[in-house]
Design a protein around this ligand. Structure first.
Ligand code: C2E
Ligand code: CA
Ligand code: CA
Length: 616
């Protein structure tokens, strides 16, 4: 529009002066202006609606500035020259046309106020002065009038340019904010990987797009040994470890594979397409190997490994949630049996999940007071073979399911709050039974990780202990490493409370989980109980023997009592005695027995102690 009007006005002016001005001014000069204007108009039009990057846009606007000033100067020179040849009528017409052209140009250039104002500054003053001083009083009034109009227009242009700039800024800001929000909502801020929400959104759309005959695999990855690093070296270093792991995992993403961080030290992936069992396990092994490679963070010396559980679509489950649940179960199962390896969800897992669901159902409606009972297994002092304590072990007989072993129902109860009620029931029964035992015989009691992590549950348990007639000095609380690892702060606090009551602390299943000496060092542990798996392998496996020997000497150095569980044979006992183990427990001395049989066992042990060896 700007150039059409300019060109039209150039033609009009040239026409008006055609009979009075020399040919150079009415043919050559206007032609130059017309050609320049036409070229400019054409080049702008041809770029219309084409995207430009900001740098290019800025350069183009600069060129507008230069061109406008050049064009205005040329236009001015031409029109001023024409002015000299005109009579009053032509001169007035010229001034009018120039002023109107300027106003229209300012209007069309309103978003470039500096250009618009520069144009006015170049063209208007000279013409208005010429008009004011060459004509009569009418001309002076008209010049004044035009000057006011031009000033008012300049003011409007400047105002509208400011508004326009603010509008653009606000729009840019809101686009930026929307981008940032989208990124924040879908990305994990620590690692930059897609987060849980984004993972499930992408998984769901991948499943939607999956045609019949296609396939997909979901993997859930959990770092083994991350929590101790976080607890012992601080969160800043923990964050660095997570970022490093994410960077390693990212190498596997792209193409058909999406990797995400679901939270904490849990990562997940899904891979579109049909893959064979071998392919999946191979990918899993590669990921485990990548995460196991030593960390290049100078301050830490702890190793890290990862376990992965996989579930397949459509064999294992049909929707995102169930696929994740099954991959997660495979992971959970894998962590217990083959830590640090990939594992595929299997029909066996499916039946275990089903059994867990039935146990959960039965637990919900169980009358714990009636259905739960306690058995006791003796712990013996090695040199004297005297019984020093009994460990309380839970027994549940469900009316629907029959007897359910504790290693099945305790983990299920631990999934919810039920565990606290279960623990209180067992503790109350165990304390009541132990009240009648001789004073030199203690009670060992297992606490769940969930109990230790809950200050409310701990308060209730502490009250139970204080109210009972049993001396807390005779009470030993067994906690597992897993309990310490899953929530170190709360577990440490709970242990302090138990110690304050007078109870002793025993670290159960030592070596079965992720053993970290730093935990023992930082907590007031009184006894370490070496996991029974080592004793069971002792005869066949020299590594198991070496581990037992080292743990016993470690306990010696740290002035800790050392117990070994799962002793089933005389050979095992003899070896353990040679190694210097203080306390033993196991079927060799007696399986867990009911409360009524305890007194009898104590009496038999006393008699044996007085005369013959229990072994005989
Ligand atoms: P745990 O604390 O390591 O308990 C020792 C387990 O080893 C008991 O199994 C016991 O019967 C078994 N055992 C003892 N001597 C031998 C032996 O010589 N050879 C073999 N193969 N096994 C032996 P149980 O009673 O089935 O308990 C299994 C697990 O369930 C316990 O392992 C403990 O983790 C959990 N549990 C049992 N009762 C409770 C409880 O009251 N509270 C909590 N939180 N967990 C409990
Ligand atoms: Ca135990
Ligand atoms: Ca144990």
């Amino acid at each position: 529009m700007l150039y059409s009007i300019l060109c039209l006005n150039v033609i009009t002016i040239a026409f008006v002066f055609s009979s009075v001005a020399p040919p150079f001014l009415i043919y050559v000069a206007p032609s130059v202006l017309l050609v320049a204007g036409a070229i400019r108009a054409y080049s702008w039009r041809s770029r219309r609606n084409k995207p430009v990057d900001p740098d290019r846009a800025s350069a183009m606007l600069q060129s507008v500035h230069r061109f406008a000033v050049g064009f205005a100067l040329a236009y001015m020179a031409w029109t001023l020259a024409l002015f000299l040849y005109g009579d009053t009528g032509r001169q007035s017409q010229l001034v009018y046309t120039v002023v109107i052209t300027d106003i229209i140009c300012s209007f069309t250039l309103a978003h470039l106020p500096r250009v618009a104002l520069a144009l006015s500054a170049i063209t208007l003053p000279a013409f208005l002065l010429l008009l004011a001083f060459s004509g009569g009083s009418d001309a002076k009034v008209i010049a004044l009038n035009l000057a006011m109009v031009a000033l008012f227009f300049g003011y409007m242009v400047a105002g509208s340019a400011r508004d326009f700039e603010r509008m653009v800024e606000a729009q840019l800001r809101s686009v930026q904010l929307a981008d940032e929000n989208r990124l924040l909502a879908n990305r994990d801020s620590l690692t930059g990987l897609p987060n849980r929400r984004e993972f499930f959104a992408r998984l769901e759309s991948a499943l939607d797009a999956e045609s019949a005959g296609g396939g997909l695999v979901v993997g859930v990855i959990d770092l083994d040994g991350f929590k101790p690093i976080n607890d012992l070296y601080g969160h800043a270093l923990g964050d660095r470890v997570l970022r490093e792991c994410a960077a390693r995992l990212e190498l596997f993403s792209g193409g058909a594979t999406t990797i995400a961080r679901l939270g904490g030290d849990e990562f997940a992936l899904f891979m579109r397409g049909r893959s064979s069992e071998d392919d999946i396990l191979q990918l899993g092994a590669q990921i485990c190997a990548a995460l196991k490679a030593p960390l290049k963070l100078a301050e830490i010396h702890a190793g890290l490994s990862a376990s992965i559980g996989f579930a397949r679509y459509p064999q294992d489950a049909m929707d995102a949630h169930r696929l994740y649940e099954r991959a997660d179960y495979a992971l959970y199962y894998g962590k217990q049996h083959r830590r640090g390896e990939p594992i595929l969800f299997s029909p066996d897992h499916e039946s275990k999940m089903l059994l867990n669901a039935r146990i959960q159902q039965a637990l919900r409606s169980a009358d714990l007071e009636k259905e739960i009972s306690v058995e006791f297994q003796p712990l013996l002092d090695v040199p004297s073979e005297r019984i020093i304590a009994f460990e309380a072990l839970a027994r549940w007989t469900s009316p629907e399911l029959g007897p359910v072993p504790p290693d099945l129902f305790i983990p299920v109860a631990e999934c919810g709050e039920t565990i606290h009620l279960v623990t209180r029931t067992i503790l109350r029964k165990a304390l009541a039974a132990a009240r009648d035992w001789p004073e030199d015989i203690g009670l060992s009691f297992n606490l769940s990780a969930r109990d230790l992590a809950s200050p409310v549950a701990m308060t209730q348990l502490a009250a139970l202990i204080e109210r009972s007639a049993f001396d807390p000095g005779r009470l030993e609380i067994e906690v597992t490493e897993t309990a310490l690892i899953s929530d170190f702060e709360h577990a440490a606090h709970a242990i302090q409370r138990l110690k304050a009551l007078g109870a002793r602390i025993s670290l159960d299943d030592f070596g079965a989980g992720y053993s970290s000496l730093a935990y023992i060092h930082r907590l007031p542990v009184d006894r370490i109980k070496i996991d029974r798996s080592f004793v069971q392998e002792m005869h066949a496996n020299s590594a198991a023997r070496d581990i037992i020997k080292s743990v016993i000497s470690l306990c010696d150095n740290l002035k800790l009592n050392c117990a070994t569980e799962g002793v089933e044979t005389l050979e095992q006992l003899d070896l353990l005695r040679d190694y210097g183990c203080n306390v033993v427990q196991g079927f060799y001395f007696g399986a867990p027995i009911g409360q009524e049989a305890v007194a009898e066992m104590i009496a038999a042990n006393r008699k044996a102690d007085e005369g013959q060896s229990l072994r005989a």
